[in-house]
Each structure stands twice: as C-alpha cells, then as structure tokens.
Design a protein around this ligand. Sequence first.
Ligand code: AKG
Ligand code: FE2
Length: 300
Amino acid sequence: MASKIPVIDLQDFPGETGMLVAACEEWGCFRIVNYEGILPDSLLYEMRQVVGSLLDLPAEVKARNRDVIPGSGYMAPSPVNPLYEALGLYDTSSPQAVDAFCSNLDATPQQRDVISKYARAVNELLVDIGGKIVLGLGVRGFSFDDWCCQFRINKYKFAPHTVNSPGVQLHTDSSFLTLLHDDKDIGGLEVMKPSGEFQPVDPSHGTLVVNLGDIAAVWSNGRFLNVKHRVMCKEAGTRLSIASFLLGPKAEMVEAPLELVDAEHPRLFSPFTYHDYRSLRVSNSLQTGETVDCFRIHKG
Ligand SMILES: O=C(O)CCC(=O)C(=O)O
Ligand SMILES: [Fe+2]
C-alpha cells in the first residue's frame, strides 16, 4: 500500500477505473484532480468567502439553522468538539431547501446565488464520481440521481494553546461519498489506515478529497472501507472546510445490488432505510461505524 492517498484524474476515464476501485477498497478515500469542468475554482473561491461570513453570524442567527433530519442543522461548539462549529443544509438538490437555509441565515442575493450554484455543482460532481465507482464494480443501470445530498460548512477556531488537541473527533461519515473542500492553508485532516496509523491529508491546491462513508461499506457488500478520520489542531488560525455528502436513497432501501452478492460473497447487511440508519446513529452517538454493525447479518 502506498504511503499517500491515491490521486484520481477525473478526465482520465475509463483509464483510472482500476485505481479508483482500489482506492475505495484499500483507503476509503482519494484525492481528485481535473474536476473544474463541473466545479470551477472561481466557485470554490466564492463559496469559501460566503462560508466565512455565514459562520461569523451571531449565535442566535446560526441557531435558526435547525435539523431537518437528525444532525443536519447547526452544531455549536460542544464539550466533545469545543473548537468546532458547523452549519448544515439538508437536501441540496431542492431549491426550496436551499431557499429556507438562505432565508434563515439572512443571506444576501449574491450569497444565495453562490450557495445555489455550489450546491448544484457539488451534487453533479458527487453523482459523477459515484457513477464511475459503480461502473468500476460492474454494476449496470444504477443511478444516484434520486439520492439525497447535504452539505456542512465547518469552522475550527485553532489557537496556540490548542495545538495537538482534536478539532473534530474520530468518525466515519454517514454518507456513501463525501466531497471535502478543505481549508487552503490550515491542515489537520488525518485519515486512519487499516493498520490504525494516521495519514495526514494536507491542503493541496487543485485537488479535493473524497471519503467513503458507512453507506458505501453496506452498498458495496463490505468491499469498500468507511474510512475513519479526524481533524487535529496543528497550528493557530481559523480553519474553514465544506463537506458535501451523497447520503443515501430518498425512498428505497440501502442494500448491495445483486451483482455484488453471490455464493462467495453472501449478503453481509440486512436492508434498511437511510432515515432509520441516520436516526440510530445520531440518537446513540455511534461515530465510528458501529451503526453499520447493527445491520450486520450474523451467521451460525
Ligand atoms: O474539516 C474537515 O477537513 C473534515 C470534516 C469532516 O470530516 C466532516 O465534516 O465530516
Ligand atoms: Fe467526516
């Protein structure tokens, strides 16, 4: 296994298919390059400015960003993650949901425009990457078009005296895929390799990070790794990041497609709805993939 997370060139398909599937299996994460046709650098830059302003709003305004599904709304600094706060938008493909998010936070027309464009572009990119992964596994006729997406905009207040303390605790994501648009200067993201060793994922211009979450582990019938990761404070400063999640099907069950189940690879998880998974995870604070084990089929 290489020592750096794999880099996938989105313009080089089907050439990179094997590398992409291997990255999902061995690392549960990878960087992407050449995504600008869908998500231009100018939009990444504009969104970063918007995110900085929204997270600087007074606490009582941020509190209006309430949960739509468990854990989707404002998260204030807490005893577990005292340096961290986040705002969230559930269902980024719904113009009404984008509108409600913006109205609650008194967004200006220009900020609304950037948020809507960003939400659309990120959804398209997530569905595009998901489609490449699915084809790589030989699954035909599958589409992520009616899956729900969410984004979360994160702020970490790092100070000299917080160096080496956690910014966000170790966790897996509650998604199939997460697109991480991280801070351009301040690092701190670390992914855990299967060996248990942490690998820093430092800012790298012109790349975005993709993580696989719990839903990818179930959907792939255990082939893909739901990578554990955390953010550590490495230096003083405000760190901003945006995590966009391709979560799960809106109505259908989360289950491995038939192509991934056979005598040698029996079904590992009983089917469930995304909503049931999410409620179980949030109400029991199951941060590091334990929710998936609740649906594991025990043999013998
Ligand atoms: O801020 C980061 O780099 C990571 C955030 C993250 O892991 C998350 O929002 O799930
Ligand atoms: Fe995460």
